[in-house]
Design a binder for this molecule. Sequence first.
Ligand SMILES: NC(=O)c1ccc[n+]([C@@H]2O[C@H](COP(=O)([O-])OP(=O)(O)OC[C@H]3O[C@@H](n4cnc5c(N)ncnc54)[C@H](OP(=O)(O)O)[C@@H]3O)[C@@H](O)[C@H]2O)c1
Length: 307
Amino acid sequence: MAGTLSSAAALASAASPDRIVLITGSNKGIGKEIARAIGSLPDHTAVLACRDAQLGAAAAAELAADGCSVAFSRLDLTDAASIAATRDYVEVSFGRLDALVNNAAICFNDPTLYGKVPHTPFEQQARLTVETNYFGSLAVTEAMLPLLRRSRASPRVVNVASAAGRLRGSPAIQRAISDPALTVAALGALMESFVSAAEEGTHLDAGWPNTCYGVSKLGLIALTRVMARDEAAAATPDGLAVSFASVDPGFCATDQNNNQGHVPAAQGATTAATLAAAGDQGGGAGMSGRHFYEGREMSWTYGVPLA
Ligand SMILES: NC(=O)c1ccc[n+]([C@@H]2O[C@H](COP(=O)([O-])OP(=O)(O)OC[C@H]3O[C@@H](n4cnc5c(N)ncnc54)[C@H](OP(=O)(O)O)[C@@H]3O)[C@@H](O)[C@H]2O)c1
């Protein structure tokens, strides 16, 4: 299906033989390059899931014109109805999903994004950042898991994290977030407790790192590990278990940092695209729950000794 922009109606009539990969936040930056990499592979279709319908449709049309096999659905991480609508679109169009790339995120990286946006006080960044990057990605994953379980080969979730999400904070925070028995519910409570502490100005006293974005990505890496463990435990001997990986794309030149990064977005997209594509590149149960950077497994502590 190379070079096609697929409509739901066109696809609904027949189950696609392609590997179907949904990428959130794919109208620009790293996500668009992941979609380009996936959509240009033989027998792969990239589903661009973007919060702005016009921007998403334009990106999909551009990639289709470049010879990629792509489809598009509107999805906002903070809008449950749009997540459900995207799940329905994928189910009707393809009957299943083979890989999900949770790429979309926001970042109050610089307080004013290099003068481009008004200053947002730390206590006002916390809820939006954690609800978008952590709880939004969790909601998309939970919505798509039933479709991933219908995949015929190597179903995967790839969470685009960051070096900002390396394991840090007080020893108690680090112990709690890396607890091998951590549950999704308990991790959610930890994320909520960070937001409350940040809003009250007590997050440093509580042992949290001084970054809303970093905590949201810390949560996403922890979530990768928890969901990988739970999925492996639930797998039947004859069933395909969904595997999970988190990825650090490196410091890429995108709007997130006003293009201050030194890695081209296409290069930053490579590891996530490789993990989401068909084949054995780091895939399968052996990679599940791990964190990757530049095509290799990377320690969650980034080599920094634990406090
Ligand atoms: N750039 C880096 O150096 C770097 C480093 C480490 C990790 N990352 C991670 O890489 C991923 C991609 O970032 P990027 O650098 O490509 O940033 P970007 O160019 O700013 O793109 C971010 C994407 O996320 C979308 N998005 C934001 N909020 C959303 C929401 N509520 N619902 C749906 N989509 C939403 C944006 O949509 P709109 O266009 O509508 O805003 C955009 O498509 C992110 O997870 C980021 O944290 C980036």
